[in-house]
Ligand binder design. Structure first.
Ligand code: G6P
Length: 456
């Protein structure tokens, strides 16, 4: 079997970063065939980009590249996170338009391509991830790479009208046609992409998922909803009850129910709306006051970007405000925590929670929603309150689906979760678990890689 080469901005080099769900999946994919994981080292060199680091573990070689302070500012904080991230999450109002950061984005992609191309063999399968790396295929082809190249977009694909706001949209998205397979999280993302191809790409959609560029090159596009290691999370959550942190949380509740949210501190996650919804819940449903505590875990993310700093102060204010208005001497309604927890501990927290609040304004998939479900106790499962704007809502229709902008609606869904009889909770949970057992992380990568290997 051909080698797998994974390319992503973040690389989970063993011992250097905590292994998130995606890291675990890609690691397992690489172990199957052996290969390379290539991307940014996470290091910032004060002067120059381009220093390469290599690390071997088993049959996987990790190859990572340092970025200069300027490239990190303009490529990562800049074009990736102040332009593409808001644009792809439908937030045109937050998009920063700058030729300087676009140039840095191209420059860093070109640097990555130049370091990667000489390492590739013709029969390699190259899988490139997410919005940081859109131009990679075109750049690799220009350097003579003939291996199969696949792309997977972890975030949403917005509608053409929104994308058109980006001055460089045609150049950027034209680059996608150098891939052999473009993967999206949901059918809706795929449809919006096909619309874009028809409207702006000057290409043809030959049939659902088969495209042809104006130069006559054919490529595939498909929906591959990413998932979790369902069996492992079930197991972790079961074992987590014995962990000190989980026991401490359970004791601290003094018999009250728990609602939990776990998100990077990001404006796409709808956190201010969620906090306000919880405030509304306390007002609209006074019978539940003092019976439910809301724990929001929100590790700080992309803290150098202004919008993220503003969000942080807003949430500090809001949590203070809700607690000020509703707390009792022996009960704090909102517990707001900016630190990160080891993954097994989080699964224990999920299992303790009567309500899982996953209410992003936009999200490619949202794996917390899937993990919350997989972590539940089958005998007494909690209720997932899930935004209809998360990719996960397409699969998890056993959740209470909400519109996160409708804060009264979210408040009522929290009340419904508190009041839901055990039998209904079990039925809904079983429906969702069936989906997660069938489409777990292994199924996801196998489907994607099989489609990438398939000749067109
Ligand atoms: C999202 C993106 C990933 C990104 C992650 C963490 O899930 O789709 O590409 O790695 O957020 O963000 P960060 O900026 O810390 O890499």
């Amino acid at each position: 079997m051909s080698r797998l080469i994974v390319v992503s901005n973040r690389v989970a080099v063993p011992g250097t970063s905590s292994a998130g769900g995606l890291a675990v999946a890609l690691q397992a994919a690489l172990e199957e065939t052996g290969g390379i994981w290539f991307g940014w080292s996470g290091r910032i060199d004060p002067d120059d980009s381009g220093q390469v680091h290599e690390h071997d573990a088993g049959n996987i070689r990790y190859i990572t590249v340092d970025l200069s302070k300027r490239d990190h500012d303009d490529y990562y904080n800049g074009f990736a996170n102040r332009t593409l991230w808001p644009l792809l999450h439908f937030r045109v109002d937050l998009v920063d338009y700058s030729r300087i950061t676009y140039a840095a984005y191209r420059r860093v992609n070109a640097l990555f391509a130049e370091k990667l191309a000489p390492l590739l063999r013709d029969d390699d399968i190259v899988w490139i991830h997410d919005y940081h790396m859109i131009p990679m295929a075109k750049l690799l082809r220009e350097l003579g790479v003939t291996a199969r190249l696949g792309f997977f977009l972890h975030v949403p694909m917005p509608s053409s009208d929104l994308l058109a706001a980006l001055p460089q949209h045609e150049r950027l998205f034209e680059g996608l046609s150098s891939y052999d397979l473009i993967g999206f999280q949901t059918e809706r993302d795929l449809e919006r992409f096909q619309d874009y191809v028809r409207l702006f790409g000057r290409g043809r959609v030959i049939s659902h998922g088969i495209l042809e560029t104006r130069k006559g090159k054919r490529l595939r596009a498909g929906a591959f909803p990413i998932s979790i290691d369902t069996a492992q999370i079930e197991e972790q959550a079961r074992a987590a009850a014995a962990k000190v942190g989980v026991k401490r949380l359970a004791t601290s509740l003094s018999g009250r129910e728990l609602a939990i949210g776990v998100d990077r501190l990001d404006y796409s996650k709808g956190l201010p709306e969620r906090f306000r919804s919880f405030g509304r819940f306390l007002k609209r449903h006074p019978e539940h006051r003092g019976k439910l505590t809301f724990l929001q875990i929100a590790p700080v993310s992309r803290g150098e970007v202004l919008e993220y700093q503003k969000l942080r102060s807003e949430l500090e204010q809001l949590s203070g405000h809700i607690n000020g208005a509703h707390a009792e001497p022996d009960w704090t309604p909102v517990r707001y925590v900016n630190r990160n927890y080891p993954h097994p501990t989080l699964t224990g927290f999920y299992r303790l929670s009567r309500v899982g609040l996953v209410t992003p304004l936009r999200d490619g998939m949202n794996l917390v929603a899937k993990e919350y479900v997989a972590a539940q106790d089958p005998k007494n499962p909690g209720v997932l309150v899930l935004s209809t704007f998360a990719g996960a809502a397409r699969e998890l229709d056993g959740a209470l689906l909400v519109n996160p902008y409708d804060m009264d609606g979210v408040a009522d869904a929290i009340a419904a979760a508190m009041e839901m009889p055990l039998e209904e909770r079990r039925d809904r949970w079983e429906t969702m678990m069936a989906v997660l057992r069938e489409n777990d992380i292994t199924a996801w990568r196998r489907k994607y890689l099989a489609a990438l290997r398939e000749p067109i």
